[in-house]
Design a protein around this ligand. Sequence first.
Ligand SMILES: C[S@@+](CC[C@H](N)C(=O)[O-])C[C@H]1O[C@@H](n2cnc3c(N)ncnc32)[C@H](O)[C@@H]1O
Length: 225
Amino acid sequence: MASSLRKWLKAIHPEGIPGPCAFVYDALTRSSIFQRHYDLVAQDILNCGSQGRLLDIGTGPAWLLLKLHQRAPQLALTGLDISPAMVRKAKANIAQAHLTGAIELVEAGAKDLPFPDCTFDLVVSTGSIHHWKDPVRSLDECHRVLKAGGTALIYDLVVNLPEAVRSAARREFGRYRMLLLWLHSFEEPFYSQQQMADLAAQSVFGKGDVRFVGVLCCLTLHRSS
Ligand SMILES: C[S@@+](CC[C@H](N)C(=O)[O-])C[C@H]1O[C@@H](n2cnc3c(N)ncnc32)[C@H](O)[C@@H]1O
């Protein structure tokens, strides 16, 4: 019953966040649980590399790009989102930080990235892969636009948080925020850890490793050549 409901939600779930929801999402992501995770993810990305060009797919309000710019201004940052309303929000947030021109924004979808082969050193994405209607082709696109030796880091919530991760997050954020997260993860058709790894196995990458950064599952993919 729960699994058929989830399949149905997946089928009707919009790929890009529509106008009014973009407004709500922008407000929600100003909260401490989100901002803490942008900090954690920014540090995790920079542990992997801090030079060259980085693409953030499904950048939403662009908070992650702003955190990355603060910590590593030498990185050339591009944010991409399929939702025109989200791109407008991202532009407004970047303008408010007086960084217009320092961070590039592009309106496009993950399955047809409008960049030449071998453009980026790093491709990242947070909370977006569960929206992608064609995740394997989109991962193939990540592979195509990465330079040889480049890395893709795809972060998302998953349906089956390991108990150790759940209790650490409960201690840090409290039961109420964790309940919100649980409700959100039922409404949103997230993947499991295993399904994230399976998507990597079906893509040109051939395989990917999964681990947790805060409550986010991170799928790490390497382009060798
Ligand atoms: C839940 S939001 C996450 C936004 C941001 N990365 C964050 O962590 O706050 C998901 C974002 O992915 C975008 N998105 C969904 N499907 C996409 C696709 N196929 N290509 C590019 N962006 C997509 C949505 O419009 C939305 O802005």
